[in-house]
Design a binder for this molecule. Sequence first.
Ligand SMILES: [Zn+2]
Ligand SMILES: [Zn+2]
Length: 424
Amino acid sequence: MKESNWRIEHNCPQCGAPVTLNEADRILLCPYCRTKLYLVPGDCFRYYIPPPAGPSPDTIYIPYRRMKGLSYSVEESGVSNRFIDTSMAATPLRGIPYSLGFRPQVFALKFVSPHTEGIFLDPHAPPPGTAVIPESLVSYVSAQASTLSGSSTPPPPSFLNAFIGEMFSVIYTPAYRENNTLYDSVLRRPVCSLKTGDLDRLLASRTPQNWKIEFIATLCPECGWDLQGEKDALVMICKNCSSAWKYRGNKFERVTFTAITSGDTASHYLPFWRMKAQIAGITLDSYADLIRLGNLPKAVTHTFEETPLYFWCPAFKVNPALFLRWARQMTIYQREGTRGDLVPGTHLSPVTLPISEAEKSISIMIADIVTDKRGIYPLLHQIRIILTECLLEYHPFIERHRELIHANMHLSLDKKSLAFGVRL
Ligand SMILES: [Zn+2]
Ligand SMILES: [Zn+2]
């Protein structure tokens, strides 16, 4: 699977030296003054492609919405998946290219700040009837894609769609106006002709540009030590007081975690989310309910009737098929194992998928596990899921030639598939 990889250039807030960041980076580590800062965007990350002729207050920036993540759709035959990695024009201007294509990979991007010169058009919502929520954006993207490809067959109706997002951002590409035509500043060619009032209407609805990235010192709120984490880690670790932290609101907030122990010596620890949920619309409270739902080869005992049901899924980036396979296997396995509350000393892979996105996997897992698809699928849209508990679990893995083996479950994970997100 080919993945896009955007570079963002920024000057170190401490010493001013140029630093190149990857799109997924959450930590800025200055190679010159060694400053380490955690990046906190406002509502989302906003980037722009700098105009080749240099900054100008007359530059008009056209917005594109950036979406990257795992997309699932429940159809009659079962759950289908695909990886979405796209940028989509977010302006009502007619004639604007639908997508930015490879452009963001060719040019180094910059963060938009209140000091960036130019006119930033407001990214508009998808057409009426589709609210700006990722699921509807996904169906909007699919619909646009099939219109563009000239396909007349509508996509098969789905019982449920879910999008587990790794990245949502807005990217602006520069343009300038000459008479009644808008020109692309990068390619220096016309993008669209402007009808009278088109641009003025857009400019009138523009909101003030006060977006900025905040840079936060990575110090443990508990003991003051330097927090550890890979550049793209969403959860930072304090090895001194064995605590885990995520940034929410305007501060680092403690993340409850546990490390599963194993008899063998683990060489790697991979993060998973363990989730408990209140589910309305279907009976799914205990492990026994799951056995019945999936017709699992296990006898329903009184103990299982009393055993609360947990859902697991990877807290790292992996392709959509593997993500669902691991979520399914761990949820069916439902074994908690012996646990410790110390940060494992050996290689710890970073959390790169937030719980807010991970929890969307629960409905897809239900659709994947259920055997009575005909009976349950039409009811899927009525199921309401409220997350009541979540725990970050580090699971032990043993390294083999080409794969990592879960030390307790003995399931294997091809190292190549992990190259997708996790560094080994
Ligand atoms: Zn610096
Ligand atoms: Zn600490």
